[in-house]
Design a protein around this ligand. Sequence first.
Ligand code: XMP
Length: 512
Amino acid sequence: MDQQGILVLDFGGQYTRLIARRVRQQKVYSKVLPSSVDLETIKKEAPDGIILSGGPSSISDPKAPRIDKDIFALGIPVLGIGYGMQLMSSLLGGTVVRADKKEYGVATVQFNGNHAPFAAMPEYSECLMSHADLVDKLPEGFKVYGKTNACPIAAIGNPDKKLYGIQFHPEVSLSKDGTTLLSSFLFDVCKLKPTWEMTGYAEEAIEQIRKTVGDGTVLLGLSGGVDSAVAAALIEKAIGNRLHCVYVDHGFMRKGETEMVKDVFTRYFPVTLKCVDASERFFTALKNVSDPEQKRKIIGAEFVNVFKDAALSFGKLDYFAQGTIYSDVIESGAVEGSNIIKSHHNVGGLPKELGFTGLVEPLRNLFKDEVRELGRVLGLPNHMVDRQPFPGPGLAIRCLGALTFERISIVRESDAILREEVKKAGLSSSISQYFTVLTNIQSVGVMDDERTYFYAVAIRAVTTDDFMTAQWTSLPHELLATVSSRIVNEVPGVNRVLYDITGKPPASIEWE
Ligand code: XMP
């Protein structure tokens, strides 16, 4: 490794990247490698500690992943988690058996350790257990440091050799004191210091991009979102204006968004930028279309065409870059090292046709909050880095029914008012996503003694961790009152404001 830190060996567990992230959260560098790496590579990496991840395999399966047992004789501290613990036990002479009953869920682990890392744990701690196999007999030199009712050997260690194993998952937040255990492993056992910063990650990523791209050129689509912006900033630092960016304004962007992208990527990160104002073309293609799926399909297809034309105007470019982040990798089912391109509507089917040499995805290992931090480290403005999620089809799917310049303008202006007031109230960072929707309801109202028959605008605000489920956010009444009054007074064509109080499920976050 280029610096002090932890090597995480991946046995296919669903939480492996989360382990690496928890280590980074303790300001310690971490790197994930597949469990198939050979001993020589591990020796060369010379990590200060090794974590063996969990995984779905059973030791009893001859095809289950294994490692060279000499890894335990390198004098490097090892922490095995779940399958990692079972593998360590089995390779060192212990036995692993099938449990009578698969255990999945939170259980109380009773710790009895006076040795790090277990000494750091309270006597009783809630931990997430997830296993079908159990360590049945310990390898020589090991002792039991923790147990649950169902699992008598839940934490083990050989402090002389600095080898430890746990049957639970300290990396998930369901394990209440998991971070305590991990940090004791890092600082007390591996003797690491909490000195790693995102700046280190940025430098390494920039170096890696230079190595991959050489003196070649790169194409990247800027969407105005956080991920593509951070990827662009990083690549610009690596190769300057050999980075070519296309930004397509389909006419459904939020207020000030296009100007922000142009400003940042001409002044602060001067890439070779092509901004295409394609709104006329999109509005024409969507004329009289009000079905949500139709809208999405048309926008997706038009987008690819406009993007392709813009990309071709640069001539042949060598690499295609994407702001794919770790959650995209999980969602697309892509495994580490494979070259599957995220099936995002913006770029579907594009790279093959343009004949790129390769793909650059510098954010692939990062979680969303790490991407934001990286953006800040690189010097992107806060309003860009803290931006809430925004769907690819933009305001078009927040404007129910047919799309016209006037109707999109109602969504854009009302959304800007909501954003402004939420910011003034100091609530921006506590709400996951908030926006307005132009409904297709018209209702009777009265303004300046005149009867009106105008649209109703709805306010949507949700709180969520993963956007798969969400709760509606209870906004303060004063804020709702101000927003409502400003919208009906400042946005022509609106005489009523509604508040969406539905969770997901049964509603989705967007209205279309
Ligand atoms: P739903 O409406 O499915 O939204 O509950 C979940 C999250 O996904 C965002 N979203 C999209 N993002 N392209 C995107 O990049 C899309 O087509 C799209 N549709 C919905 C939505 O804003 C929310 O954060």
